[in-house]
Design a protein around this ligand. Sequence first.
Ligand SMILES: [Mg+2]
Length: 223
Amino acid sequence: MTNSIKEKINWSAIDTVLFDMDGTLLDLHYDNHFWQEYIPLVWGEREGLSHNEAKAALYPKFLEHHGSLQWYCTDFWSEQLNLDVMSLKREIKHLIQIRPSVEDFLQWLKAQGKQLWITSNAHGDVVELKMAETGLAPWFDHLLTSHQFGHAKEKQAFWHAMQEQFPFDPTRTVFFDDSIPVLKSGEAYGLKHVVQMLHPDSKRGPNTPSFDLAIHHFSELMA
Ligand SMILES: [Mg+2]
């Protein structure tokens, strides 16, 4: 097959591989279920609302903050909803799952001497919980969250702040993420390749490609 996805990335010209966490390395089902089902259930029970009433009340609230640093902040939502969001997250931690072929791909990259970084919008506490559940942390040279830089990945300021504290060459960097606004932000910053993950939630259908480089699974990239 000519012009396959594999041929579009020249790995010998790449030093750094940046990975989003939720929906890229890990199944987004956990997060979708948590925010769209579990939080409305717990919050609704306390407020005396049905599950559907709670969803109708909460979804617009969620939408209002989507893509901002606050949206990704467990402390913000704990305060807004008067719930202990982190302890609720732990209650359903069995749903935290590594996506298919992730560990094979990390091993494949590590064998080539690549720098592997997690760049997540998740709160540090959530990254910690997920690393504890999955055991993925040892693969990575850095576990970075947008909270430590003060800007979500959707903003150019995130990339500049990360560059300042953790210098890397964007022209020798590949970035994997499932979020279109985040991928566009990485592209605008000048990353050599941004790769869209098309199937972030195993319980839902895949998304349609919005970028030249788009994959369902990392196995598509391994030689
Ligand atoms: Mg994601």
